[in-house]
Write a new protein. Structure first.
Length: 78
């Protein structure tokens, strides 16, 4: 069997986001849909957002983590 022709598929999470309603660090509940249960930020391929939106989203999540609004990992539950 030839494995070269098999396409690798990934499960994508379709989340509609535009730059006007981009989640803010001030509302941690809106950021939780972009974070896995283990506390990792979902990749662009999973969230299907643009690179610019992904950079802004990552910054907002890191700000919320720094201010202890959301946990860094799943072991640090608030």
């Amino acid at each position: 069997m030839d494995n070269k022709n098999k396409k690798r598929t990934t499960k994508t999470i379709k989340i509609k986001v535009n730059m006007v309603t981009m989640p803010s660090y001030k509302v941690p509940a809106s950021l939780s849909q972009f974070i896995s249960s283990r506390g990792m930020i979902y990749a662009r391929s999973k969230t299907s957002i643009t690179a610019k939106q992904q950079r802004k989203l990552t910054t907002e999540i890191k700000r919320a983590r720094f201010m202890a609004l959301i946990p860094y990992t799943y072991r640090h539950e608030i």
